[in-house]
Design a protein around this ligand. Structure first.
Ligand SMILES: Nc1ncnc2c1ncn2[C@@H]1O[C@H](COP(=O)(O)OP(=O)(O)OP(=O)(O)O)[C@@H](O)[C@H]1O
Length: 482
């Protein structure tokens, strides 16, 4: 790929990119090329661009979404049009990825306008108008003095309210109008995360699970108008599988990639000390989720909240909590989701067999997250070693072969242990004063060798038993739903 002349102005550079890329001709091929071009001319945009292939993959991979479109505009890639008015008078959808700061211009389109981004869109004096629809997905959107007009509908699926509710420090200040402000404040502090920071590519393998999560959680957020009636979004998704296989990681990746609010609940956050407190906490959790919508509520180890009803271990408190949870799940996404109030429940468990029948029915998609196979083990090891110096002769294939039956978490532990070995060798037998004088940079340069890996594999045993895997596979064949 040829670089772009550094002496050219930003406008000229971007014109080269726009001229070069024609989605009608290049389609998927052009995306990679376009990304390369943009990174070459605008290295500072690289971080923002990481999200792009993911969105394009979803949008382009779904023909119904683009039905009738003649093309896409990459208007949103750049901030160079800060001052200009760009009238997209085309008869197609406009997709603004990482929407720009729009100071005095405007965006108009005869089709739909999709603003997908994590960064704020600031509309200062300009306007967005669309004959059809304006959909904004992002963490923040600020509308300062501009107009947001749509002949049909305006959907702002943003974490924080726009216009009057500005967000400052990543934690949203959305107003909670429910009946339990003190419980809401407690939950908000414990569980609210507006950006878990895990990218899709940080999760090795699990392509089938990723596909299902895209269909069940991501796409309904991107095109709520399609997911109506019989196609309403699934209310709940259960990920089950042995421990340490990436269930939590997947939930975080979904939330990061969608830019939704992420509420990460452990059982203890919902268990109150006083009579009735657990139900109130549960109700409050869903109210809070709606206030912050679109929201993903992630409940890890849901089996501990919802073990089989009527069983000997079931306490009165837990029975009431479960009943409230079922009521709340029933209320999810029933109403018109184009209101931008989508709340999805993602749950995870290592003990799917312990889950209450009624809850199982409400967790409409049940996805098996298995141990990594050979290819996925290689990918996982590579992800873990991204920032580590490797000695020549490190054979990742061999490490992957030797670790059949290991979970993702076990493999991460092996990589961590192996990566400490260089330091162990360096400081062996030295007094602490001498260790203090070893330069940090010297330490960081010690490469990890193949022997370090073999030693770590010898030391660290797999944590998942074959009985455990059989148990999951049996449950999957009976109740799995992908
Ligand atoms: N598919 C994967 N890709 C990358 N890393 C992984 C993967 N699976 C597991 N890991 C590593 O293992 C760690 C634990 O994973 P995670 O917490 O997602 O597992 P889990 O399935 O939710 O476990 P548990 O059931 O015990 O809650 C992660 O932080 C990550 O380092």
């Amino acid at each position: 790929m040829a670089g772009v002349d550094a002496a050219k102005s930003k406008e000229e550079k971007m014109k080269i990119i726009f001229d070069k890329f024609d989605i009608n001709k290049d389609l998927h091929l052009g995306i990679t090329e376009l990304l390369g071009w943009i990174m070459a001319v605008e290295p500072t945009l690289s971080n923002n661009l990481q999200r792009l292939p993911f969105f394009l993959q979803i949008l382009l991979g779904n023909p119904s979404f683009l039905a009738g479109s003649k093309g896409l505009s990459y208007y949103g890639f750049t901030h160079i049009y800060e001052e200009g008015h760009r009238n997209l008078d085309h008869d197609f959808n406009t997709i603004n990825i990482q929407p720009p700061i729009q100071q005095s211009g405007g965006i108009s389109s005869a089709g739909q306008v999709y603003n997908i981004g994590i960064t704020a869109q600031q509309q200062m004096g300009g306007g967005i108008s669309s004959a059809a629809q304006v959909n904004s997905y992002g963490n923040t959107m600020q509308q300062v003095g501009g107009e947001l007009n749509s002949a049909a509908q305006v959907n702002n699926n943003v974490n924080s309210a726009q216009q009057e509710n500005a967000v400052k420090d990543g934690k949203s200040k959305v107003k909670y109008n429910g009946s339990h402000p003190e419980l809401a404040a407690r939950l908000q502090k414990e569980i609210l995360d507006t950006n878990p920071g895990v990218k899709w590519d940080d999760v090795a393998g699990l392509s089938e699970a990723k596909r299902i999560l895209q269909e069940t959680v991501v796409l309904p957020l991107l095109m709520p108008e399609y997911f109506q009636g019989i196609r309403r979004p699934w209310r709940g998704v259960l990920m089950f599988g042995p421990p340490g296989t990436g269930k939590t990681l997947l939930a975080k990746a979904v939330a990061t990639e969608c830019g939704t609010t992420f509420m990460n609940i452990s059982c203890s956050s919902l268990c109150g000390k006083w009579y009735g407190e657990s139900e109130r906490l549960t109700r409050c959790l869903f109210e809070l989720a709606r206030a912050h919508a679109p929201t993903i509520i992630f409940i890890d180890e849901i089996d501990s909240l919802c073990s089989t009803r009527g069983s000997a271990t079931e306490h009165e408190t837990s029975r009431r909590l479960k009943s409230e949870l079922l009521v709340q799940i029933d209320g999810l996404n029933n109403s018109n989701s184009t209101s931008g109030k989508m709340v999805t429940l993602l749950a995870a468990t290592n003990f799917p067999g312990n889950i209450d029948e009624a809850l199982r029915r409400r967790l409409e998609k049940r996805i098996y997250i298995p141990l990594p196979d050979f290819e996925n083990r290689k990918e996982l090891i590579r992800i873990n070693l991204k920032s580590i110096e490797l000695a020549p002769g490190v054979d990742i294939e061999q490490v992957a072969q030797k670790t059949e039956g290991y979970s993702g978490d076990d493999l991460t532990n092996i990589c961590r242990d192996a990566s400490f070995n260089g330091m162990r060798r360096k400081i062996a037998g030295k007094p602490i004063d001498e260790i203090k004088n070893i330069m940090k940079s010297e330490m960081l340069k010690i490469p990890v060798t193949m022997e370090d890996f073999l030693e770590a594999v010898d030391k660290i045993k797999p944590t998942v038993s074959s009985g455990d895997i059989q148990r999951h596979e049996k449950w999957y064949s009976e109740f799995g739903s992908s």
